[in-house]
Design a protein around this ligand. Structure first.
Ligand code: UT7
Length: 402
């Protein structure tokens, strides 16, 4: 809720006491009703729960008793690398300021003939290869992006690029930096509720297309990338999504947005002598990314730990039991503040922000992919992942890799 007297933004966080039911040991996936505001899922931890029974609570919507697990990941980055020193030639900034205030040293930027769909398809191919899943065996492709190559969506284009002969359903999810996390939960819902087997979740963004490269307050933060994860159906006792917690609060939109605006002049219209006022509409285009960095920072360090604590509570896990903390990579100071609040030591925090900056929907799968391929994250380990950003939208998930 906005605080009218101070003018400060203060997103509403639901009272956990009413949102989190006590853990009842019900061994089937379960939705806390389909609330339009908060959809919460709590699945019991397989090795700590009794064996699955066939019955479901009559007060809950019926869902297929089906688990899902993360079995493959991949990522791709553009070839053009821009260092902090490179940026200091365009705007009044320095490597010292950027690295101290954000932890970022370099970022990748789409250029030339590169496009986001190619990048996303590259990441997807690697995830499929790791998962040993053929593109023809995909049931669904979720392209999480706010910067698609086509306003009508890029999911079907990626289906085409992957050469899926079976034409699996493919569509986009637009939720900026929370996009991948929402895609992951959507994938799980499709698997558990609709019987899908193989769902590809791609997080990809090219925020460089909407950044004002003369604004040092924003241009230093962002980079372009794509990451992907293959989510696969499995028996409920192998379930790898332990719990999640998701939120949106539109009152914070003013602090981070890329809004539509009508162009000032439109030659075609000006010469049309139209008799109806304001019709036809003028051509529109998107403005550059606008951000109140301080407000977004405060929102993140307050709401992200609360969300992770809520998800951990639903999973029945203490923060000390998670192997890795994997946050949306926006600012190292945000990552450090959240880790400190949750008392997670720095050696259990995944961060690759220094090399890529904030890659929006790509940041979580990109960091996960690097951590998995470097051998840091091992099969069976538990990850607390959290995304946050424009909308405002934020949330977390407690997952097991592999
Ligand atoms: O996916 C979510 C997306 N967004 C975020 O997560 C952003 C969260 N916010 C942040 O990361 C930080 O607020 C920023 C990195 C954007 C800014 O850091 P800050 O510590 O909040 O700096 P500030 O905006 O308060 O600026 C401090 C000073 C100002 O100068 P004065 O007024 O003190 O003289 C700025 O003009 O630093 C100046 N400044 C810069 N100086 C050199 C701002 N940007 C720069 C820059 N280089 N790039």
């Amino acid at each position: 809720m906005a605080n009218a007297s101070s003018g400060l933004f203060s997103p509403s966080v639901p009272n956990l006491r009413f949102k989190v039911p006590p853990f009842l040991g019900i061994p089937i996936p379960r939705f806390d009703r389909f609330s339009p505001k908060v959809v919460c899922f709590a699945a019991p931890i397989p090795h700590k729960t009794p064996p699955a029974s066939a019955s479901s609570s009559p007060s809950q919507p019926r869902l297929v008793s089906q688990g899902c697990k993360l079995v493959g990941c991949g990522s791709a980055i553009p070839s053009l690398q821009i260092s902090n020193d490179d940026l200091s030639k365009f705007v009044d900034t320095s490597d010292e300021w950027i690295s101290t205030r954000t932890g970022i040293r370099s970022r990748r930027v789409l250029s030339g003939k590169d496009n986001l769909s190619n990048l996303a398809a590259d990441a997807a191919r690697k995830a499929l290869e790791m998962a040993n899943v053929d593109p023809d065996d995909l049931d669904l492709i979720l392209m999480c992006t706010s910067t698609p190559d086509d306003l009508f969506g890029s999911g079907p284009q990626i289906q085409k690029e992957l050469g899926c002969k079976t034409n699996p359903l493919a569509y986009d999810i637009t939720a900026a930096c929370s996009g991948f996390l929402l895609g992951l939960i959507s994938a799980a819902s499709h698997i558990r509720g609709s019987g899908f087997k193989n769902v590809l979740v791609i997080g990809a963004d090219a925020i460089s297309r909407y950044v004002d490269w003369t604004d040092r307050g924003t241009c230093i933060l962002f980079g372009d990338a794509a990451g992907a994860v293959l989510v696969q159906a499995c028996d409920s006792d192998e379930d790898g999504l332990f719990s999640f917690d998701l939120h949106s609060d539109g009152s914070g939109l003013r602090h981070l947005n890329v809004s539509i605006k009508q162009n000032d002049s439109n030659d075609a219209l000006d010469s049309s002598n139209g008799s109806v006022l304001d019709f036809p509409p003028r051509l529109s285009s998107y403005s550059c990314l606008q951000m109140n960095g301080k407000e977004v920072f405060r929102f993140a360090v307050r709401c992200v730990p609360q969300s992770i604590e809520c998800a951990l509570e639903k999973a029945g896990l203490p923060a000390s039991s998670i192997d890795w903390l994997l946050l949306h990579q926006a600012n190292q100071r945000i990552i450090d503040a959240v880790a400190t609040r949750l008392e997670v030591p720095s050696e259990r925090v995944i961060s690759n922000l220094a090399n890529y900056g904030n890659t929006s929907a790509a940041s979580i799968p990109l960091a996960l992919d690097e951590a998995v391929r470097s051998g840091k994250v091992k099969a069976g380990q538990t990850i607390a992942a959290a995304g946050f950003g424009a909308g405002l939208t934020w949330g977390s998930a407690i997952i097991r890799w592999g």
